[in-house]
Structures are given as structure tokens and as C-alpha cells.
Design a protein around this ligand. Structure first.
Ligand SMILES: [Zn+2]
Length: 411
């Protein structure tokens, strides 16, 4: 529809300073936008009333016979990504039941009682997932858009909550599960753990297959429950973990092959050495760390015979390292390595291309960069991370509408 609109403003400017002009334009922008939206709304309203079937419907089921009551009832506030504007509520009356109804929101594509379109909510939600709420408010304000942080927060909660993850049966039967502590309101330490299940993609990279929040050592069953069917649809599924047993207990699928994350092993062994009171960089420390790095380093591609040879050598080296720890009385290290032993080379044994370097580490950095700014409720943190990770790893976008429906001719 061709909208007839004219914008005529008389502007008084005292000084031709670009900063003054910029701040003056903020006012013009609001006026032009309001006028543009208002004119469009009225003209679409008129045209809708001329159509046989209306783009709105009365509760009685009638969508044909209406009469105008008013085109300018009390104004309503609408929030857009360009700021808040006021638009008239237009009212019509149903000719079959006599009921009056407002039609502005229906024409604007905004749900009943809402102040924003779904797209606006998604855009603000993304802003809040990318940057702290305070920063979001600051930057939006600087470009002339007065939207307070609570509004951004609410969008993050609403939109984030609706995001669900799953495994993609078309991608690799291989994933990684890991957790990271989240700062929770009212608790000194990182009171809850965000649990992340990532799936490897054929073309490289990862996608998020599941996200949950809960206590340490719990909550994995809730994450895996909706994914069980898809996991079972793969012949085998290789799951890389840092050794957290609650992960394996949570998955409960017979076709899952567990692989210790080899990337984590030297880090965790360093912690064991510290607990066994072995001084950092002492002769024993250097010997044990040197050996473990040797054991966990694998090359990415090998022939089958080579794998057998390597497996034999790796197992021998691991066994003698365990013996060495036992002989020197490093019991923490001994039991840690003994526990890890069965699942250290599962991927290699099954000839699954299990380069078990930690892919989760990068995802966790993406989490931490946002979640460490501030304190959260468990659900609040989960909603924000749903959005953030969906955006970074699963191509979630707010679906910003392109302007192809709008053609403007400069007169
Ligand atoms: Zn009616």
C-alpha cells in the first residue's frame, strides 16, 4: 500500500555544531518515526475496513462487518528497537454482537496486552545476552534509544526460556559434556553448575545439544532425558567427559562410549600432585607431568595397525606411571589415574576419530565472559545462556525483518 506522508518540521538551531545537530536529530527521529507509524497505521486501518474479510476478528467469530468507533482513542506505548513511541488505539464495533474492540495491535502484529512485537523482544534479548544489562542500557541510550535495563532483562528471560536444544541426527555421533560454576545471588561461591552438552559438527566446530543448570554432580539426567531417543538412533555415540561420573549416570544409553577428556587429564593430575604435597617443578613433579603429557598426546590420523601399536605402548606407559606414583606414595595421583584408565583410550580402541581435546573449554569461555558479569538466579542464568550459546553456536538470530516490504521515494 502506498502511504501518503509528509514530514514538515521547522527546526531552530542556534549553533551549527555537529554534536548539537546530532542531539537535535534524536528529537526529530522520534517525531518522524511516530508520524510515519501513525500515518501508516491509520491508512492501513482505513483500507482494512474496506476489505470484505478483515485482518482481525471479533470474539463472536465475525470478521466481516464492523463500523469505526474511533481512530484516536487513548494512545498506547509501543517499544521498538528504535525506542518507545505512542500510537493511537483505533476502535471498531462488531455489527453482529455489538462488542467494541481495539485493532491497532492486530494491525501492527503485536500480541494482545503486549508493548512489543516478538521481533523486538528477540532483538533486545540478544542485546542482553551479548552484553551486561547495564551496558545495554548505556549504549542504547547513547544512540538515542531510551530502553531501561529491566526491559532488556525481561526480554532475555522470556525469549531465552523458549529456546530448546537437541541433538542433530545429521551431525556427528560424538559430543562433549562439561560443567562450569555460575555466580548465584545470595551465595558466596559459585553455587550452581551450568551443564553443557555439545555435539561435534561434520564440517568442524560444535553445536549446543543440551543445556541445564543445577547442583554439582546432579541434573545431567534432566539434560539427557529428552535427547535419549536421538542418542539411541546413532549406532554408537562417543561421549567425552572430564570424568564426572554424574554425567555418565545421567545419560543411561547403552550405545554410549565414554572417553575421558585427555585435555583435562594433565590439569587434574596437577591438582592431585598438589594434594599429594609434591612441590611444583620438583624432580618428581617434572617427571610425572612430562610422562602424562606424553601419554595423552595423540596424533589425529593413524592407520589401524599403527593404532594397535600405539595403544599397547600408551597402556604400558600409563601402567608404569601408576606404579611409579604408588611406589613414591602419591596415592591421590595413583587413584586418579587408575580411575581414568578404563576410559582414556576408548575412542582410539573403537577406531572412532576421537581427538579428545577440550572443545567444551571454548564454549565455557563464551559462557563465562557474560555470566561472570553480575550475579544470577539459576533460571535467569540458564535463560541468558540459552540465548547466548544458541546465538554463538546454533545460528540463532532474532530474525530482523528486512525492509523489502518498504520502498521509499525521495521527492
Ligand atoms: Zn462480535
Amino acid at each position: 500500500m502506498k502511504i501518503e506522508c509528509n514530514f514538515n518540521y521547522s527546526v531552530e538551531v542556534e549553533e551549527c555544531n555537529i554534536d548539537y545537530l546530532t542531539s537535535g536529530f534524536k528529537q526529530i527521529q522520534e517525531m518522524v518515526f511516530t508520524d510515519f507509524a501513525k500515518t501508516s497505521l491509520e491508512q492501513f486501518g482505513d483500507s482494512a475496513m474496506k476489505e470484505a474479510a478483515k485482518p482481525f476478528c471479533c470474539t463472536c467469530g465475525n470478521n466481516k462487518d464492523f463500523i469505526w468507533k474511533t481512530k484516536d482513542a487513548k494512545p498506547m506505548k509501543i517499544t521498538t528497537i528504535r525506542g518507545e513511541i505512542e500510537l493511537p488505539q483505533m476502535q471498531v464495533q462488531c455489527k453482529s454482537c455489538g462488542k467494541k474492540m481495539f485493532i491497532s495491535r492486530a494491525l501492527l502484529g503485536i500480541e494482545k496486552y503486549q508493548k512489543m512485537s516478538l521481533t523486538t523482544q528477540k532483538m533486545l534479548a540478544l542485546v542482553g545476552a551479548l552484553t551486561p544489562f547495564r551496558v545495554a542500557e548505556k549504549i542504547l541510550g547513547m544512540v538515542g534509544i531510551g530502553i531501561d535495563r529491566m526491559k532488556v532483562w525481561r526480554c532475555v528471560q522470556k525469549v531465552g526460556k523458549a529456546i530448546v536444544f537437541d541433538l542433530d541426527p545429521e551431525e556427528l555421533p560424538c559430543g562433549e559434556a562439561d560443567g562450569t560454576g555460575i555466580p548465584i545471588i545470595g551465595i558466596k561461591k559459585r553455587g550452581q553448575e551450568l551443564k553443557v552438552f555439545i555435539q561435534k559438527k561434520i564440517g568442524g566446530g560444535v553445536r549446543i545439544a543440551g543445556l541445564a543448570i543445577g547442583k554439582y554432580d546432579a541434573g545431567w539426567d534432566k539434560l539427557f532425558a529428552p535427547l535419549r531417543e536421538t542418542i539411541m538412533s546413532f549406532e554408537n555415540f562417543l561421549l567425552v567427559t572430564d570424568g564426572d561420573t554424574s554425567i555418565f549416570n545421567g545419560i543411561k544409553c547403552v550405545n554410549v562410549i565414554l572417553q575421558r577428556c585427555l585435555w583435562h587429564i594433565p590439569h587434574q593430575l596437577k591438582h592431585c600432585l598438589w594434594a599429594d604435597k609434591v612441590k611444583r617443578k620438583s624432580a618428581d613433579w617434572l617427571e610425572i607431568i612430562g610422562k602424562i603429557y606424553n601419554i595423552v598426546s595423540l596424533r589425529s590420523y593413524m592407520e589401524t595397525d599403527d593404532i594397535d601399536a600405539l595403544l599397547l605402548a600408551k597402556r604400558t606407559q600409563l601402567n608404569s606411571l601408576i606404579t611409579l606414583c604408588a611406589e613414591r606414595g602419591y596415592n591421590g595421583c595413583e587413584s586418579y589415574l587408575t580411575n581414568a584408565r578404563p576410559d582414556m583410550f576408548s575412542a582410539l580402541e573403537k577406531r572412532l576419530n576421537g581427538k579428545s581435546s577440550s572443545l567444551a573449554e571454548r564454549v565455557m569461555r563464551t559462557v563465562n565472559m557474560r555470566v561472570n558479569v553480575g550475579k544470577w538466579t539459576p533460571q535467569g542464568a540458564l535463560n541468558a545462556m540459552n540465548l547466548r550459546l544458541a546465538h554463538y553456536y546454533n545460528d540463532w538470530r532474532p530474525g530482523e525483518p528486512d525492509a523489502k516490504g518498504v520502498k521509499i521515494v525521495r521527492l
